[in-house]
Design a protein around this ligand. Structure first.
Ligand code: ATP
Ligand code: DNN
Ligand code: MG
Length: 264
């Protein structure tokens, strides 16, 4: 089945109505969006997913619990992912609700945190704070809530105040969130995708769906790579996203009904 944008208006209307029917029948859908690496399109794809939900008449919220790489503004640190997610959600959210933990430097967050603490500033990243922020967003009762990770699946958060090593994946595990895996299609992505999927499943979570994000349209044997991943990943391909000027330009590539099968 082609997951590219429906060829006729009729089929896209059918798609919308089936999305609407399916997701409307269930309670909140919360997903953790991870990727095969940093810069593979987690934010771009998340915004496209949110736009597809809006077309299906669904309310949405988004969460970027930990960010690194921010502009320093009068209102405080501002991360472009978090701003994009805030903008792409149709539930009114404050910046701090979307992104409670932000570091200025575009480096691994645990290193940015350690650097601040070495200067006597900041505090260890606590999973509790991430969980609290998530609970507050869940209370908004949006139909769909997307949580974007940072980097890849096993993102270190550093030690908590009790000296225990933490990872952002621990949060997803704690909340039993189904995972959406964004695969940046480029040579080498098959290994990264399979290793990430293995880690997610060994952590006890379910991959609700995966997205082929076509970062390099000129990738040799692109279709065959996607077909290999369809064969090797035990999860539905919910979108094949081409390079596009904006996430909303590819919202019709998303097959929400496939995602909906993961509803609780
Ligand atoms: N399908 C696409 N078409 C056009 N541009 C894209 C596409 N996917 C990603 N990009 C661009 O590639 C860059 C990286 O994408 P994005 O920021 O979504 O990655 P990420 O995985 O969220 O990164 P991070 O780990 O920093 O959160 C961005 O400039 C984004 O706009
Ligand atoms: C700064 C970058 N854009 C991301 N926000 C953070 C990426 C952390 C990667 C950690 C690692 O090396 O796995
Ligand atoms: Mg991002």
């Amino acid at each position: 089945m082609s997951l590219d944008s429906p060829s006729t208006n009729q089929s896209s209307l059918e798609q919308v109505s089936s999305n609407q029917r399916l997701l409307k029948e269930s309670k909140q859908h919360a997903y953790f969006v991870t990727g095969t690496d940093t810069e593979v399109g987690k934010t771009f794809v998340s915004c496209a997913l949110l736009a597809a939900c809006h077309d299906a008449g669904l309310s949405t919220a988004a969460y970027k619990p930990v960010s690194a790489g921010c502009d320093v503004t009068q209102a405080g640190l501002r991360n472009e992912d978090a701003l994009a997610l805030q903008q792409a959600s149709n539930t009114a959210l404050s910046y701090d609700e979307v992104n409670p933990i932000a570091f200025a430097e575009p480096i691994a967050p645990h290193l940015a945190c350690a650097k601040l603490m070495a200067k006597g500033q900041g505090a260890p990243i606590e999973l509790d704070a991430i969980t609290k922020g998530y609970a507050a967003l869940s209370e908004k009762k949006s139909d769909v809530l997307l949580v974007e990770g940072a980097g890849g699946w096993r993102l270190p958060l550093g030690q908590n105040s009790q000296g225990h090593e933490q990872f952002l994946s621990d949060f997803a595990v704690g909340q039993k969130l189904p995972v959406i895996l964004v695969v940046g299609m480029r040579l080498g992505c098959i290994n990264h995708a399979l290793l990430t999927a293995q880690a997610i499943e060994q952590d006890g979570l379910n991959i609700a769906g995966w997205v082929a994000n076509i970062l390099e349209p000129e990738m040799p044997f692109l279709d065959e790579n996607i077909q290999s991943l369809e064969h090797l990943l035990d999860a539905p391909l919910i979108a094949r996203v081409p390079r596009a000027p904006s996430p909303s330009a590819v919202k019709e590539c998303v097959n929400l009904s496939l995602l909906g099968v993961e509803k609780a």
